[in-house]
Design a binder for this molecule. Structure first.
Ligand SMILES: [Zn+2]
Length: 530
């Protein structure tokens, strides 16, 4: 998972340095990102925010002030009713109207846009991300951009020239760089027909039977908006943005970043911010239960059901932005926890590694923290083992904690245990593969046994009762069991199957010696009766 550990300088710090160099080392910087709340804001969208946040931390580390603005593009058009939302027919009535005017199908918030905005904002908090949201519908409707809209219309030929460089067919002479929401039907299925160079913009509505024609006063209207290719560079100039990342869809040759770079210079008299393209994030191994209810859209909350917040940050900090990665909900979850624990140990100097790797591990770990990192390394309940402890205890977290009483020494340890145990239990119930699941037998598992097997079980049980607390480690119990198996002239494989049947009623399970020690003498000796 830790893709950057062999580098000398973290990519977020490199980006910060580049921003500083490109701006003559000023004191404070504006970092921007944005999302259109056209539906559930999913985990893939999260990379937009996380990329910006990590660069912000890079700048802060160099003593710079950072303003992190986040645009909710809620004045955009509601283009498509996403599947799996309630009230599909009701929502369909609002197609081509502003997202901010579309009602919340859940009836919880003032609009469809607000529903998705508030939900995402609360998820950002859990990830330790603080930003300044800008609600673009409010901005546009308050006239914040009215001068820019007029300027854009006046310079339409310059803009058409820039866009035409990348178009196979040039824009028609009649093209106007503006969108209008019809005064009668509130839809943007309109065409701007004439601009007088000052405040008057004529338009006609092309929607079905509306056919309204009207004139907007650009000084007072709340119905005009710039299309994306102009909207984006216009806002760079208004907010004086120094850095903004963008997804692949905006980053291709001739894509919106290419044209925005020219438009911001030639139309708005500002310069393009430093830009970082980020790649996609995919999800692997989602349990059927979760994906069917949400139409395969995985949110930050879904990821937080399985991963600690620090781990989610670590994953983003570990991949350079131009590398796509898949986040797993299958068996790889265990490996991810093991990788994270190793990084944490490296960051605290408790795991060997070369100097470069350790320095990078420290930085990645720092970037993964939500609050300041604790002075001493938090307790690390190994995820795989924790899953076993939980299942031995019927997924009861409080009972499972008993196993770790000697390890949990402070509040941070307690938080680590609780957060991790909750996630392990959730993972077992919702997306762990079936072969990973078990529950301890409540009573003696009845089965036909040979004389040799009966004798073996009796001897093992006698040994455990006498020596359980003196067993040094899993390996010594493992060796002791092999000794007994050979003494009774039995086949190891069939004995293991027998023991798993006796303990959990299955033919396979966690590694036996450690498993027996984790279950504890009382219950093991009750179950290993022939
Ligand atoms: Zn209309």
């Amino acid at each position: 998972m830790s893709q950057v550990l062999n580098d000398n300088v973290h990519w977020a710090d490199l980006a910060a340095d580049k921003i500083i160099r490109g701006n003559n080392d000023k004191d404070s910087y504006t970092l921007a990102s944005g999302i259109t709340p056209s539906g559930v804001v999913h985990f893939g969208n999260f990379r937009e925010v996380m990329t910006t946040e990590l660069v912000a931390r890079g700048l802060k580390k160099r003593g710079k002030k950072v303003r992190f603005i986040f645009s909710w593009d809620d004045f955009d058009t509601f283009r498509k009713v996403p599947a799996n939302l309630p009230k599909q027919d009701e929502l369909a009535k609002f197609l081509f109207q502003p997202i901010v005017d579309t009602p919340d199908p859940f009836g919880e918030h003032e609009s469809y846009a607000a529903h998705h905005e508030k939900s995402f904002e609360s998820q950002l908090k859990k990830m330790g991300i603080e930003l300044e949201p800008i609600y673009q519908a409010k901005k546009y409707r308050a006239g914040a951009y009215k001068e820019q809209i007029k300027e854009t219309l006046r310079k339409k030929d310059i803009i058409a020239g820039i866009l035409n460089k990348w178009r196979s067919e040039p824009l028609p002479e009649s093209w106007m760089p503006v969108s209008v929401y019809c005064e009668k039907c509130n839809r943007d299925k309109t065409t701007a027909t004439a601009y007088d160079g000052h405040n008057k913009l004529d338009y006609r509505c092309d929607f079905d039977d509306c056919k309204h024609t009207g004139t907007l006063d650009l000084e007072t209207t709340s119905r005009a908006k710039l299309p994306w290719r102009m909207d984006w560079p216009m806002r760079w100039s208004v907010e004086k943005v120094d850095f903004e990342p963008g997804g692949k869809d905006h980053s291709s040759q001739g894509g919106s970043f290419t044209t925005a770079k020219d438009i911001v210079k030639d139309v708005y008299g500002w310069k393009a911010p430093m830009y970082l393209q980020y790649d996609f994030v995919s999800i692997k191994g989602m349990g059927g239960k979760m994906s069917s209810s949400k139409g395969n859209l995985v949110t930050v909350n879904d990821v937080l059901d399985v991963y600690e917040p620090e781990m989610v940050r670590w994953i983003f900090a570990s991949y350079k932005t131009n590398i796509d990665f898949g986040l797993s909900f299958d068996l790889d979850v265990i490996k991810n926890y093991e990788d994270f624990d190793r990084l944490e140990r490296m960051a605290y100097g408790l795991e060997a590694g070369n100097e470069k790797k350790i320095a990078m591990a420290k930085r990645v770990y720092e970037l993964s923290q939500i609050t300041e990192a604790p002075k001493e390394m938090p307790f690390q309940p190994a995820f795989r083992h924790l899953c076993n402890v939980l299942q031995i205890n019927d997924l009861d977290i409080n009972r499972a904690r008993g196993f770790y009483n000697n390890d949990i020494k402070n509040e941070r340890d307690e938080r680590r245990f609780r957060e991790r145990a909750q996630r392990a239990a959730y993972w077992i119930e919702n997306s762990a593969p079936d072969e990973f699941k078990f529950s301890l037998n409540k009573d003696v598992f009845k089965m036909e046994l040979t004389n040799k097997e009966t004798a073996f079980l009796n001897e093992l049980n006698t040994y455990l009762k006498a020596e359980f607390n003196n067993i040094l480690d899993d390996k010594s119990l493992h060796e002791k069991m092999y000794e007994m198996i050979h003494a009774h002239e039995l086949e190891p494989m069939s004995v293991f199957t027998l023991l798993y049947k006796k303990l959990i009623g299955l033919e396979k399970g966690p590694k036996l010696a450690g498993f027996i020690r984790t279950i504890g003498l009382e219950r093991v000796s009750k179950l290993l009766v022939p």
